[in-house]
Design a protein around this ligand. Sequence first.
Ligand code: PLP
Length: 452
Amino acid sequence: MKKMLYESPSIQKLNGGMMNKFGTRTEYEPVKQIDGVAVQTMMAQYGSPLFVLSERTIRRNYQNAVRAFKTRYPKVQFAWSYKTNYLNAVCKIFHQEGSWAEVVSGFEYRKAIGNGVPGNKIIFNGPEKTNEELELAVNNGSLIHIDHFDELYQLIILSDQLNKKPRVAIRVNMDTGIYPMWDRFGFNYENGQAFSALSKIVASGKMELIGLHCHIGTFMLSTDAYATAVKKLGDLAWKCKTQLNTSIQYIDLGGGFPSANTLRGSFLPGTDNVPSVDEFAEAITNGLLQLGFGADELPLLILESGRVLIDDAGYLLASVIANKRLSDGRRATILDAGVNLLFTSFWYDHKISPAQDFTQHSEDMVLYGPLCMNIDVIRQSINLPILNRGDKVVVHKVGAYNMTQWMQFIQMRPNVILIDEQGQTHLVRAAENLQYVEQPERMPEHLKPIDL
Ligand SMILES: *Cc1c(COP(=O)(O)O)cnc(C)c1O
């Protein structure tokens, strides 16, 4: 037998890691495979760190969300929120399932077009849309969600120039009982700004007003907030019908449903305290059916859910680089994946599992990433079995926002693979290399020679 490494004993004060109801211990079983594919095999083939996406989970989440709404309300359409994860392979899965595209920039808009989404099934949100991008969207018949008066006036001018009627909705912000209020996007409901914008659109005669939109927040834990949003948008829809003689064809409630991640510092794990999609669907569809519209004039319900549909379909596999003792005796474990890849570790306590058998001995530890940077902390305090150099871990529920907000800082981005429903793995984004990163750089002539 190989001689064990000697580790000197240390005295340590007990560190109150955030305890939850079930004590501090977080792991009882290793996670050795994902969708039947061995973690070790994937890492041997594609390297470490490695992002893994489960096609089966994405499709199951989507179908489950559609079922929750369609069984309660007759007219439902989902639009995939590109910024949540715009890897083309991911977008294509949602589009194959029937989802439209929801984009918040010209770059995302062009990605949706490139993925084959018809222009009239692209929802164009966001505070910045250039004249050129708006022109493209108008010509494609896309659904343009106006964010502010300056954009509204810009569209009036553009519609004259193009001699076309843009299909528009306005984004509305409102008090739904959740604070701080997201009032920086769209037009406010309470102070009458939203209705003023609607009146201007109709009075201009230059646009086709077809919808009302809101996106009241993200990781919303309250179903009541959505019921309130439905009431307020419903009120605007009534006013459009009765005062502006315009019938609203759709109500778009945005996204914001939480995934089952655990918010930093929560007492209960997310899997225990997050409302289900069914509960949100119940609150929203009850509200819609009570607005007083006849069965033949019910508005289409559009949803732009992001994180709830993909978070638990994404995993980050990483390797242990080293262990050390901090000056206060705490154990620190360094992984080869840090906040450069795991942006969401700033607000979630991500579940982390060892990927191999482990001893019964566990300890509170801090998990660091590989960056030479103090902020690179994956978990401030987690109780895990002792991990050795070279051991593998699985970070759970990382499918939303990490593969878009990751940064190329100190380290380059790794491979991303997709496990299809037959258990085959596919590379869907190749690891970056030096050439890729430096490709846009230019060197002024006088800086070329160096002589050290
Ligand atoms: C980000 C965003 C979404 C998706 O939000 P989730 O919280 O991930 O569901 C939907 N609509 C708009 C306008 C957004 O900006």
